[in-house]
Ligand binder design. Structure first.
Ligand SMILES: C[S@@+](CC[C@H](N)C(=O)[O-])C[C@H]1O[C@@H](n2cnc3c(N)ncnc32)[C@H](O)[C@@H]1O
Length: 363
């Protein structure tokens, strides 16, 4: 698939510039295990990454979801992250994310496997008018994340996404006799003494608490190095990580149809999944290649970036880029951090060797 059409490839995936509605047409039926995506949101203020007006947003996106339904495997999943919005000029919420969900299920036959909520505690208060100025609304820091499937039993294994036990549960596991006596709950639910067993972690809830605070990633460092702006609407890596681990196995294929800075592809690569990334903005996708390069200040990085910008189907091999990068003595802020760190390591090893020599001298 996409043998000649890709902008860059890695060991596990390919990133392709284009309209995903068109690109999906080249994908055979029932062949993708997970589509994980975050579309341009139906916000009021037009963003630079192309928002549709709320009214025609749902119709627009339904064309994509119909095609997604054709290409995902029978036991595959579709996870779509949708930020909330207000109606134009009014402190009344838009229902677009709920309307989209209902229309997908009613008109296209999707099943809602489970609704998730992504809470970003680091979200800044907005919209300014209702939250900051008039103080009549609370800050909106939760996105709806719909997990949809073709069948009632999409592939899923919650054991792959267990979370850390609470302190109370840890104590209970250590000494269940002291902290817990098996009994029936008022609901009649029988909680047996196996409740104190250590299953390697707690079952996660459908409220995902993930701050979106990436500020020092390799992607952003390279963007800064080249003086280009990072993608303005990235989701945190932990969001696709959760669903990729939960809903796919190694070597399964994950597709992001609105890839932006290709967070999904990068996470899929780390987790040994095959991936495809579709993005209509050539510049965003070119910069997303930075995610796959080892970060060290490199002399010829702008050369590679310009190559990526020169053609939408460059067929660049990121492994090759990585090999060709020439490290150089840094000058920027990040680079000087790098220089200081190198100096520190040098100083530490110097002190260590002096120390060892001193001890050897005493003998
Ligand atoms: C919310 S952003 C996705 C950000 C991404 N999750 C990340 O972490 O970087 C949505 C992206 O969809 C892209 N887009 C909009 N319409 C598209 C289309 N028809 N085909 C492919 N990409 C499209 C926009 O350029 C934008 O980068």
């Amino acid at each position: 698939m996409f043998e000649k059409k890709f902008l860059y490839k890695t060991k596990k995936g390919k990133a392709i510039v284009g309209d995903s509605l068109e690109l999906m047409k080249s994908i055979p039926d029932n062949s993708i295990n997970l589509v994980m995506t975050s579309p341009p949101f139906a916000l009021q203020r037009p963003k630079e990454y192309g928002n549709k007006e709320q009214a025609d947003y749902i119709d627009w996106i339904l064309d994509f979801t119909k095609e997604v339904k054709r290409i995902i495997a029978e036991d595959g999943s579709f996870v779509i992250d949708l930020g909330g919005a207000y109606q134009k000029g009014s402190p009344i919420r838009s229902l677009y994310n709920f309307r989209l969900l209902i229309r997908m299920c009613d008109e296209q036959g999707w099943n809602l496997a489970e609704e998730f909520y992504w809470h970003n505690p680091a979200k800044l208060p907005s919209p300014i008018e209702w939250v900051n100025k008039r103080k009549i609304r609370a800050k909106d820091s939760v996105n709806t994340v719909w997990w949809l499937s073709k069948s009632a039993f999409p592939k899923a294994d919650v054991k792959k996404v267990l979370t850390e036990y609470s302190d109370r549960m840890k104590k209970l596991i250590e000494n269940s006799e002291k902290y817990y006596t098996p009994k029936k709950r008022p609901s009649g639910h029988d909680i047996s003494d196996s409740f104190g067993n250590d299953n390697g972690g707690a079952i996660p809830s459908n409220l995902l608490q993930i701050p979106n605070t990436e500020s020092n990633s390799q992607y952003l460092r390279y963007c800064k190095e080249l003086n280009i702006q990072g993608h303005p609407a990235r989701f945190p890596a932990k969001l696709p990580e959760f669903f990729i681990k939960f809903l796919t196995d190694e070597d399964d294929t994950v597709l992001d149809i609105f890839a932006g800075s290709n967070t999904t592809g990068w996470v899929a690569e780390q987790l040994d999944r095959q991936w495809l990334a579709f993005e209509s903005d050539h510049q965003y996708l070119a910069a997303s290649a930075f995610r796959f390069l080892d970060y060290r200040p490199s002399k010829n990085i702008s050369e590679h970036y310009n190559d990526l910008l020169s053609r939408t189907n460059l067929q660049a091999d990121i492994e090759e880029f990585r090999k060709q990068l020439i490290a150089f003595e840094p000058t920027t802020h990040y680079a000087s951090t790098f220089a200081n760190r190198t100096k520190l390591i040098k100083d530490q090893s110097l002190q260590k060797s002096l120390h060892t020599n001193a001890r050897t001298d005493k003998k």
